[in-house]
Design a protein. Structure first.
Lengths: 259, 243
């Protein structure tokens, strides 16, 4: 038991160290003045934004709408019964903007794009494409990891803001059938409840989530050695680790700013 | 005398405790064409990767174009990689790029030449390798032979000083074999690049080579011109030529 605990602890520390090193290398490449491969790298970044951001708009919009609808219906019908109808906007701001928006967007991105990144890089390892890139002198961090990190961060920030907007406005419009609050009043209350720091913290969370998802999924994809059976194993690990890291990051950021 | 293109000096390479290649020494001069000949699992693939500087030795010294890849800085290694073209046994083309974009990738990444020149150079290499007609296809749509020819075009597009080809016969039909022999003969006449290829069966391609390095169980058996190879007194070599 002690040996198992020790082994798992060492493995955990090695994982954290490897991910931090990969993340640091990606950030260094992002701000590197080197002109090498700029066009190709830019192409990979735009493709990542397109895949993670633009292509995910329908699914993110649908989930945001359903979440907004659920929260607005529950809060809009329960709060007036206890004389707290004026807190509807505050409840929306607390649940959607501060917590569920960034977190649920991260989960959607993890299961859509995180799995895709891990699988793609894993299959590239098996097909010796990674070895071929290395043999051509093409930096794996510059060509594969950094563009995915940059694209993922941009897409995460945009998707989170989109998620919040759809959940707040769309959810209200759908719930309007059963509620009596005018939209103008509702939006004014939201505006009053929402501070600049809330928006800033949401953006900070999405940047951290995007960074964590991309780096961890790249790490697991590149950890595949030679067999196709390793690809789903690494993808499963990537999912578990990214969800855990996003939850822990969310707690840390929330505690840091709100406690 | 010009510096050797590749020098292996008492090189060994291990996988954990298991020795895969032991005490190998040979030199490849600039412009020379050398075939690493041996059966499967003779270690020739690993020796080829050592020659290209893709694998560090566990002992001994490897020098490629005057540099020691095991001790080179990242920048030196990057410069070296651009001067060595490598064709893997698997074609290893990037699966989400067309054949054209695969071949253009090293040029687009390492150079700032205009796109028109890239188009010309890539098309010239694709035509030379007989796969220009497949320029817009994805790698998954190619036969193994065509994919390897495209990989050869990609390895040659930067005009490397050394060309390393692993399992040179893999996936080639008779027509492709003749085309490849002509390409290699053309390179030989031009005096560059230096060619190192692994071969696991007797083939007419060996006639193009200046020298054969015969390997068995990770050890060097002999290094000699193709004409002298059948005379080497070794059971593996005798079996190889006898077959």
């Amino acid at each position: 038991m002690i040996a198992w605990t020790g082994r798992k602890t060492v493995e955990g520390l090695e994982f954290v160290a490897a991910v931090l090193v990969l993340g640091f290398s990606a950030v260094r490449e992002l701000f590197s003045p080197a002109r090498r491969g700029r066009g190709e790298v830019f192409r990979v970044i735009t493709r990542q934004i397109l895949f993670t951001g633009v292509d995910a708009l329908p699914v993110v919009g649908a989930i945001a709408l359903m979440l907004g609808l659920i929260i607005i219906i529950q809060a809009g019908t329960t709060l007036p019964q206890v004389g707290a109808g004026a807190f509807l906007a505050k409840i929306i701001e607390l649940t959607v903007v501060r917590e569920l928006g960034p977190l649920l967007t991260a989960f959607i991105v993890i299961w859509r794009s995180g799995t895709a990144i891990c699988t793609e890089l894993g299959n590239m390892q098996v097909g010796q494409e990674i070895a071929a890139l290395d043999a051509m002198g093409i930096s794996l961090v510059r060509f594969l990891v950094m563009p995915r990190v940059a694209g993922m961060i941009v897409a995460m920030v945009c998707l989170t803001i989109y998620f919040d907007l759809i959940a707040i406005v769309g959810g209200f419009l759908v719930a309007k059938v059963h509620l009596t609050i005018p939209i103008q009043v509702y939006l004014e209350e939201i505006e009053e409840a929402l501070s600049a720091s809330d928006v800033l913290i949401t953006v900070i969370k999405s940047v951290l989530f995007g960074f964590a998802i991309a780096v961890i999924c790249c790490h697991h994809g590149l950890s595949v050695v030679s067999s196709t059976t390793e690809v789903p194993q690494q993808t499963t690990r990537a999912m578990l680790n990214t969800v855990t890291v996003c939850m822990v990051t969310d707690i840390i950021v929330s505690v840091w700013f709100y406690l | 005398m010009a510096e050797a293109a590749i020098t292996l000096d008492r090189v060994s390479a291990n996988d954990g405790d298991q020795a895969l290649v032991e005490d190998i020494s040979f030199t490849v001069q600039q412009g020379e064409a050398v075939a690493l000949v041996g059966s499967n699992a003779s270690g020739k693939g690993l020796v080829l990767r050592l020659c290209a500087g893709l694998e560090p030795p566990s002992s001994g010294t490897v020098r490629v174009l005057g540099a020691d890849p095991a001790r080179a800085t990242e920048e030196q290694l990057l410069a070296l990689r651009q001067r060595v073209g490598f064709v893997f046994a698997k074609p290893a083309l990037i699966s989400n790029m067309t054949v054209f974009n695969n071949v253009a990738l090293p040029l687009r990444y390492h150079t700032v030449v205009p796109e028109t020149e890239i188009q010309e150079r890539v098309l010239a290499r694709l035509t030379e390798c007989g796969v220009a007609a497949f320029r817009d296809r994805m790698p998954a749509d190619l036969t193994l032979g065509d994919a390897r020819q495209a990989a050869l075009a990609r390895a040659m597009v930067m005009d490397p000083d050394i060309l390393c080809v692993d399992e040179v016969l893999l996936g080639l039909d008779a027509e492709e074999l003749v085309r490849l022999r002509k390409i290699l003969e053309q390179y030989r006449r031009a005096g560059r690049p230096t060619i190192v290829a692994t071969v696991n069966a007797p083939t007419s391609l060996l006639r193009v080579m200046d020298r054969l390095v015969l390997l068995r169980d990770g050890r060097l058996v002999a290094s000699c011109p193709p004409a002298e190879a059948p005379l080497v007194a070794d059971p593996m070599v005798q079996d190889f030529w006898g077959s």
